[in-house]
Structures are given as structure tokens and as C-alpha cells.
Design a protein around this ligand. Structure first.
Ligand SMILES: [Mg+2]
Length: 339
């Protein structure tokens, strides 16, 4: 099974090289803040759009807030994606949401009527499996993964041939404290992956904590550390930062973050898709994940205002993250892409 992901080629060596460049999200944020202040972002006009398209061979696109919002495709997006493809641009759809696997996302793209190929999708659930593969996590059954998260992580681990436990199977478990009660973790758990989990509970927190604290060499991997997420369009909801924060609090350990803005994901994406970073533009709606992710990797960056970031927030004096360009939406690239 492990060969299925490796079949696309360079997963092992490339992602292994990527690991050396990995740094935690918090350190990346601090590094960006300490760097020279960047010039304020320029609004994308036709000239800037044409210049961008001339210099870029690939676009890495965040999904929610860029391609869709909730369950609605944003205006002009299908036409713009088609025009970018027709102009010969490689598209890669990247998401920090680990609740679905790449196959799950393909279903969402198709249900929204968007023509996207499975290999153009890169989710943080897949990044977690790719990270373990890159670091030669055993597939012979001698080690397994404990999952705090939803079905996406387990589906990707299965494709990678990596045994796992927890996840949806531990939903609804309760701890009924009685004298002498103890929970014993499996000593073969060699990694804990923490992703967004609507069914997180005290059993999962205790089990993950025991694995990380008691099993020698057990890795602590976070798919992402987003503070908030947009489960409904009525308000912001606590994101995977809250689940990761629970395990950080009890283990006093920092996780290896594999999603945006860590460099693992970018290095692995660039390697897998054969992209040179100098020819990539990152398009996203969040400053602290998408734009920082692009800037950490030396990519061009385009912020779109169809998601969580308002123009006011972008231009506020407190904001230290400036993209190269910003636009009202992805559709603003359409005129230049069809010229
Ligand atoms: Mg987004």
C-alpha cells in the first residue's frame, strides 16, 4: 500500500529533504515579524495581473475563502480557473482542513461543479501522512499512529499503509473516574497526529498525552494550528489550534506542524509537483497562514478579500504581514488570463 503514494515518484527523498527546512509555525511567525517591514500590498490592476501571469507558472490556491465559501462557489471562480489552465498555469489546491482526505475534497470540488483532478489537491491530512512517509515511519505493523481527528487523517494513513487507531473510533468515549482507574496506552504508538476534531473528548486527550509522554520517541504532529475556522457563515469557530493547544498543555511539548504556514507542506508540494518556488504564486484569504506560508517559502503572494481578511484589517497599522498584491477576488485575474 505504501507504494501507492510513492508511485508518483519522488515522495520519499524530496519530502525528506523538506524536513531539514522545517520550522515550527510560531518560529516562522516570529521570524516574519522580525524581518524588514515589507512595502504595503498593491491592489491588483490589469497591468499587475498581466505581469504576475507572465512571471508565474503555478498557483497554489487555498480553498475556503478563495475558491468557495462554505458550500457556495465564489463568483467567477470556475471561469478563472479554466482561463488560468488554458494559459498553461499549473494549479494546486491546498487546505489546512484535515477533516477530509484528498479523495474527500475531490468529492467536494465535484459536488460544487468544479473540474479539478485528484492530484491537484493537497490537504493537511495528506501532509501528515506524507511527513510520516518522508521520515520512514514503519508500515510493517511494528508501530502505529494515534489519531485525534476526523476521517480524513485515517483515510490518508490507510493509503500510505500506516496502521492507526483512535480518530472516529474513540468518539463518544467517556472517562468514568473510580478509585484506581488507569488508562494504558499502546506502547507501539510511535506518533500522535492532532487534527480538527468535533468529537474530541477527555479520553482522546488522556490517550494522546500518555503516548507522547510515555512512549520513547513518540512524535507529536499537528496538521495545522489555525486559531479559528469557518464551520458556518454565522461566526468563527474554535479551530485546530484549540485541539493542539490541549495536547501541548498536558505534554509541555511543541508539535511538528505539517500544514500552512510550516515549510514542510510547501517543500513537499514543490517537490511533488516539480515546481520551482520562484515561479509559484500563493493565493489565499488569510494573512497568518496563507500569505505567511508563501512568504516563508519565497513565493509571490496574492491576498483575496473573499474570505476572512478585510481590506481594513490588511491596511491596519497592527498588521505586519503584507502580501505582494491583493484583489477583491480570484475572478480579478480573469481579464488578464484571457488576454
Ligand atoms: Mg481560507
Amino acid at each position: 500500500m505504501a507504494a501507492r503514494l510513492g508511485a508518483r515518484g519522488r515522495a520519499g527523498a524530496g519530502a525528506g529533504a523538506a524536513r531539514a527546512a522545517w520550522r515550527p509555525a510560531a518560529a516562522a511567525v516570529a521570524a516574519a515579524a522580525a524581518a524588514e517591514p515589507r512595502a504595503p500590498a498593491a491592489r491588483l490592476d490589469d497591468g499587475a495581473a498581466r505581469e504576475l501571469l507572465a512571471g508565474v507558472g503555478a498557483f497554489i490556491l487555498d480553498c475556503d475563502g478563495v475558491v468557495w465559501r462554505g458550500d457556495s462557489v465564489l463568483p467567477g471562480v470556475p471561469e478563472t480557473l479554466a482561463a488560468l489552465r488554458a494559459a498553461g498555469k499549473q494549479l494546486v489546491f491546498v487546505t489546512n482542513n484535515s477533516t477530509k482526505s484528498r479523495a474527500g475534497y475531490l468529492g467536494k470540488f465535484k459536488s460544487l461543479g468544479l473540474d479539478v483532478k485528484a492530484e491537484e489537491i493537497y490537504s493537511s491530512s495528506f501532509a501528515a501522512a506524507a511527513y510520516l512517509q518522508a521520515n520512514k515511519f514503519p508500515t510493517d505493523g511494528s508501530k502505529k499512529v494515534y489519531v485525534v481527528g476526523e476521517v480524513g487523517i485515517g483515510e490518508e494513513l490507510e493509503l500510505a499503509g500506516i496502521p492507526y487507531m483512535g480518530g472516529p473510533d474513540d468518539a463518544g468515549k467517556t472517562i468514568d473516574l473510580s478509585p484506581g482507574l488507569r488508562l494504558d496506552q499502546d506502547p507501539d504508538v510511535g506518533a500522535v497526529i492532532v487534527g480538527f476534531d468535533r468529537n474530541i473528548n477527555y479520553h482522546k486527550i488522556q490517550y494522546a498525552t500518555l503516548c507522547i509522554r510515555e512512549n520513547p520517541g513518540c512524535e507529536f504532529i499537528a496538521t495545522n494550528t489555525d486559531a479559528v475556522t469557518h464551520l458556518t457563515d454565522a461566526q468563527e469557530w474554535a479551530g485546530n489550534g484549540s485541539m493542539v493547544g490541549a495536547i501541548k498543555g498536558s505534554t509541555q511539548r511543541e508539535p511538528t506542524v505539517v500544514g500552512k504556514p510550516s515549510s514542510f507542506m510547501l517543500d513537499d508540494v514543490a517537490q511533488r509537483f516539480g515546481l520551482d518556488k520562484s515561479e509559484i504564486c500563493m493565493i489565499g484569504d488569510r494573512l497568518d497562514t496563507d500569505i505567511l506560508f508563501g512568504q516563508n517559502g519565497g513565493l509571490k503572494t496574492l491576498l483575496v478579500l473573499t474570505g476572512v481578511t478585510t481590506e481594513e484589517r490588511l491596511q491596519s497599522p497592527e498588521n505586519e504581514i503584507q502580501p505582494d498584491l491583493y484583489a477583491g477576488g480570484l475572478k480579478d485575474l480573469l481579464p488578464a488570463a484571457t488576454q
